[in-house]
Design a protein. Sequence first.
Length: 363
Amino acid sequence: MDFKDQLKQLSERIQMLKDQIQTEEATKTSLIMPFIQTLGYDVFNPMEVVPEMTCDIGTKKGEKVDYCIMKDGEPIILIECKHWAQDLNLHDNQLLRYYHVSKAKFGVLTNGIVYRFYTDLEAPNKMDEVPFLEVNMLDLKEGLVDELKRFSKSYFDQEEIMSSASELKYLRELRSVLAEEFKNPSAELVKLLGRQVYSGSFIPKVLEHFTALTRRAISLHISDIIAGRLKAAIRSEELEGAMSESIPPAEESVAPESELKEESKIVTTEAELEAFRIIRAILAKAIDVKRVYYRDTQSYFTVIIDDNNRRNVCRLNLESANNKKLVFTDAQNKPSKVYKLETLEDLYNHVDEFLEAVAPYVG
């Protein structure tokens, strides 16, 4: 089993066990020790992993860090542990104190689910306040698996990790800034972009207007990027399908005549297919698009998850030129929200509702 599969298996274990874990000690035993083992270190070998290692601070004696990973008799990684439900933001000062009196170059603060990795990029022997790497075991990102692998016993190279830590730290912070700017554009960003299309003064009323426009432009641009990638994937699938059509099926079952008559009355329009592509692009933010299907009936066009009629995302009624509707349903499959659509692009105005509708099926 490769490293990625081991992490995935551990992630599934965490999801299954966490609600049964009541104490910090149980968190360490059930969640954190298996993580250390996944990195290739023997948690029962004190030459590799030292539990409760003393980190006396000045006159304060008896201070202990939960785990210290060793290499060639020297500490390389300190790990401070908290209960899985604890907010790590309340505990980073404790690790900072231990780091200051240790020779270890890396510190990890974790609750068994989130792992925050620190080092001393800003000042020698003083742990940075902001981690250069953060990994959520219940939301593993593809690119972070390789970064975690650098800390494994087989691949650990302090110089190599330090060379990438700075880039990771500032990249993470920039992504956080961008995420906030995309959500709530600052006046500086609005003016920067606005001055490229508007020559007037940015009085408060104009600034307010351009803030709304900037937020919408960002949302539409991101949706266009997702839609473009999705269309490329669809074209690839269609090409593969066209190639496979040249191979005749071994046997085809014949549907009853009544079913054939019913299906012959259903015509899936290009507008419905385009709406489906837009919705798939939106849902791609939260779920694998391969799980998104549609069902067409005489009454309405439905988007569902896992080809399961009970897992509705929404219904569409696009037959009428002047009365196109987007309908979200409740748990009993009854209409709960109904929106009129002027154009298919209006679907992008309901991103939050789409993501809310698909949330129960994520994971």
